[in-house]
Design a protein around this ligand. Structure first.
Ligand code: PBG
Length: 331
């Protein structure tokens, strides 16, 4: 009888756990994770976000406790988002640059508690502060104007930097905002504040639970398609990233995450800046809700998704699963 042997047995390397460990190409560590936190008014408050199972809004004291937890888990950075009290939202979003706003309170409290052990990343965009839920200033027709919005975003970013933010992250998709913010930070005495640009941010249906969490969802009329990108476009993402890098971004972000790993990969091949991805609220919620419905093991599902970000070339991932993942990694 003729015996046929495969020329190569790929399965040889997979046969034992030690060998799989030795041959593993990509590793995920807690240092790859950025943990988004929602801050709300009050003291001793925890409000679970219904559409985001396992995630709560915390008052400043609770956010500080989460920040300390991040440090103990080896998570290097948190991203803070405010649920601005309804009475402080306005057409022009002026609360965004009030030195006394919820964000500034949270930033100062976290930096007081954790110092240089933890980075604080802040979102630059007006949606948590506007009565219409758009990221910028709207004209009579509802169009978000570019240059007047950029002027306000500069004030917002300076306000965050003055409160102690380490990384400002413009998520608004206005043209020219990275350059304007970089210049203002330099002139304003904040040369070491980093800019992580939400460079390729898509007009996505996956942001719903986030808008609930910051209280802008019910307010938003229409969509954000005149500034956020069309999910059909990849070349355009490269153009956006090139602009933000040229304007002075220290790192760039692709958002959402999982459905856009081709964009991460292309960006990694093409640009020599760290590329981050945001596993957004809808992606997180689908894992939690799917696992609860019996689709699969939650921990296995979430770790498989997170390693995919690393494999695609991400320097790190913003994810609501950060503390869970860090614990699963043994932190
Ligand atoms: C604000 C902002 C959004 C997210 C991060 N920053 C929402 C939006 O653009 O409507 C979404 C994050 C998430 O869904 O987890 N511009």
């Amino acid at each position: 009888m003729d015996r046929h042997f495969p020329n190569t047995r790929m399965r040889r390397g997979r046969a034992a756990a030690w060998s799989r460990a030795m041959l593993r190409e990509t590793v995920l560590t807690p240092a790859d994770l950025i943990w988004p936190l929602f801050v709300t008014d009050g003291q001793g408050v925890e409000e679970p976000v219904k559409s985001l199972p396992g995630v709560s809004r915390w008052s400043v004291d609770g956010v500080v406790a989460r920040a300390r937890e991040a440090v103990s888990l080896g998570i290097p950075c948190v991203a803070v988002f405010p649920n601005t009290p309804a009475g402080l939202r306005s057409d022009d979003g002026a609360e965004a640059y009030s030195p006394d706003n919820l964000m500034c309170h949270a930033i100062r409290a976290i930096k007081d508690a954790c110092g240089d052990d933890l980075g604080v990343l802040t979102d630059v965009a007006l949606d948590p502060y506007t009565s219409h839920g758009q990221d910028g200033l709207v004209d009579a027709k509802g169009y978000v104007g570019n240059d007047d919005t950029v002027a306000v975003l500069v004030d917002q970013a300076l306000n965050q930097a003055a409160a102690g933010a380490d990384i400002v992250a413009p998520s608004d998709m206005m043209d020219g905002r990275v350059k304007a913010i970089r210049m203002a930070l330099e002139m304003g005495g904040h040369p070491n504040v980093q800019i992580m640009a939400y460079a390729a941010k898509y007009a996505s249906a996956f942001y719903g639970p986030f808008r609930d969490a910051v209280g802008s969802g019910g307010l938003l009329k229409g969509d954000k398609k005149t500034y956020q990108m069309d999910p059909a476009n990849g070349d355009e993402a490269m153009a956006e990233i090139a602009l933000d890098v040229a304007e002075g971004a220290d790192s760039v972000m692709v958002k959402p995450g999982l459905a856009y790993l081709d964009i991460v990969w292309r960006a990694r091949q093409r640009f020599d800046v760290p590329v981050f991805a945001y596993q957004v609220s809808g992606e997180y919620a689908l894992i939690e809700i799917g696992a609860a419905a019996g689709v699969g093991d939650r921990d296995a599902l979430l770790m498989e998704k997170l390693i995919a970000f690393k494999r695609a070339g991400c320097a790190g991932v913003l994810t609501y699963h950060a503390p869970v993942a860090a614990r699963l990694l043994g932190a």
